[in-house]
Design a protein around this ligand. Structure first.
Ligand SMILES: NC(=O)c1ccc[n+]([C@@H]2O[C@H](COP(=O)([O-])OP(=O)(O)OC[C@H]3O[C@@H](n4cnc5c(N)ncnc54)[C@H](O)[C@@H]3O)[C@@H](O)[C@H]2O)c1
Length: 447
């Protein structure tokens, strides 16, 4: 279902008319392609407060020329990790106020902050750092700042906050956010820890020699995820229900992968997946999902159970089975699929919202344990409105509202979710764990 409004506002009369009427002004997003793999313009590096990050060598490897000219930069990176108080926040304003207007269309503003201090139980009164709450206030202020700037910056530009302590551990994350691959990721706060990071031999094919399985990959977002992981070098197992076997085989053939016809709700799905990948799995993408919408008063038990089973119970069952069987290799990656409906809630989707919120709970709880016990990270993507058959089936006016109600004023594409998934699946993303990353253009729902 093409977005005709976006095409219309791309024309001169369309722009004129919609501006006069005060209607949303979506800008065509610059997405990744082999021909145009980088953002336009250079990278402007600014600092607020006194930073201990060794950032410059990592920024130099992002593919954007680091520049000191504020003229149309493709990206501005503000290192605010050293901001400790309200005065320091003044430096954030001073650094970005003069340059924000000149950031290129589809450019990036990336703010770097510090993770919150862990609760110090040995020092409940906080006497070791009596100014800790000033620092915490200033660092939390960055979140409100980023989310607000994301809502006003316009012209396809995105604004995100990464909390980190080690620039090298965050290299895959910085590369992703400073590239066209993150076109539809805005208003997000991502925490990068200090987990084990493996830099790939070739950043263009980081998954070479690895095996990835994507559920629900015969079409839609799953098909795009499979394609992106294959582009990054993975051998991809394309799993889908037996009735979609022909499509799954077509996708697998195109990608040089393997098709696996399997209903993910089968009690022994985990064992059958393990048997299909005797060499083990490096990447497991839980993408399969269904909707059976009704308001709760009209929702029968079957609608409830089928959605909870596909979207949540089967994810829990297969994850448990594959981890227990040792089928996920050390350094492995699990990426599950939540939804903004699981964060904000959505009328008519109590079953779907519950299942997707369950994914958030699963990821947060399992992530530290899976990393400690299996060396596997667990994260989720939470798509907003993405143009697929699932959303094409939504009635026109609700669909149109879904498309516009985000800071970028347009729907995302399956490729946007796929690129985000590929970043989380990256061997150098070992320090990204337990994160729920919304791919929603900063949706007004659940922001
Ligand atoms: N499209 C959106 O806007 C959007 C928004 C938020 C979240 N999501 C989530 O993204 C994921 C993909 O969505 P989509 O829009 O591509 O959906 P889609 O309906 O186009 O594709 C889903 C695929 O999953 C497969 N599938 C369904 N049940 C299965 C089962 N029991 N076993 C194996 N495969 C099964 C289907 O056959 C289909 O190929 C889903 O988890 C969905 O909830 C989508």
């Amino acid at each position: 279902m093409p977005d005709r409004y976006l095409s219309f506002t791309g024309t001169a009369p369309g722009r004129f008319l919609t501006r006069r009427l005060g209607l949303p002004q979506p800008a065509p997003l610059r997405r990744w392609s082999a021909e145009r793999p980088a953002l336009p313009g250079g990278l402007l590096h600014r600092t607020a407060g006194k930073s201990d990050l060794d950032l410059a060598p990592v920024l130099a490897r992002t593919g954007l020329p680091v520049t000191d000219s504020a003229e149309r930069p493709g990206a501005v990176v503000l290192d605010a990790t050293g901001v400790r108080d309200v005065e320091g926040l003044g430096e954030v304003h001073a650094a970005l106020h003069p340059v924000v207007r000149s950031v290129a269309e589809s450019g990036r503003v990336l703010v770097l902050g510090s993770p919150p201090d862990p609760l110090d139980t040995a020092d409940p009164a906080g006497t070791a750092d009596p100014a800790g709450h000033h620092r915490a206030a200033a660092q939390q202020a960055l979140e409100g700042f980023v989310r607000s700037l994301g809502k006003e910056i316009g012209r396809g530009r995105t604004v995100n906050l990464v909390r980190l302590t080690d620039a090298t551990a965050a290299e895959s994350t910085l590369r992703f956010l400073l590239s066209p691959k993150s076109a539809y990721v805005s208003g997000q706060v991502i925490e990068v820890g200090t987990g084990e990071v493996t830099a790939p031999d070739d950043w263009d094919r980081p998954l070479a020699g690895r095996t990835a399985l994507v559920t629900g990959a015969a079409r839609g977002i799953g098909e795009a995820v499979a394609g992106t992981l294959a582009r990054d070098g993975a051998h991809v197992v394309v799993l889908d229900v037996p009735r979609a076997e022909e499509d799954a085989r077509r996708v697998a053939d195109r990608l040089g992968g393997t098709a696996l016809a399997l209903d993910i709700t089968a009690a022994d799905a985990g064992e059958r997946i393990a048997a299909a990948v005797p060499g083990g799995l490096d990447v497991l993408i839980h993408n399969a999902g269904i909707t059976r919408d009704r308001r709760l008063v009209n929702m029968d038990a079957e609608r409830w159970a089928s959605v909870l089973d596909v979207n949540l119970a089967s994810v829990l069952r297969t994850t448990d089975a594959l981890l227990a069987a040792g089928a996920l290799k050390r350094g492995g990656r699990i990426v599950a699929t939540a939804s903004i409906a699981g964060i904000a809630g959505n009328a008519g989707q109590t079953n779907y919202g519950a299942s997707k919120a369950g994914i958030v709970g699963l990821v947060r709880s399992l992530a530290p344990r899976a990393l400690a016990e299996h060396g596997v990270t667990v994260n989720a993507v939470a798509p907003g409105f993405v143009e697929t058959r699932m959303t094409a089936a939504i009635p026109l006016f609700i669909r149109e509202a879904g498309r516009r109600m985000n800071s970028l004023a347009q729907g995302g594409l399956p490729a946007d979710v796929a690129e985000t998934t590929a970043w989380l699946a990256h061997p150098a993303s070992g320090a990204v764990n337990g994160q729920i990353v919304r791919v929603c253009g900063q949706s007004l729902l659940g922001a």
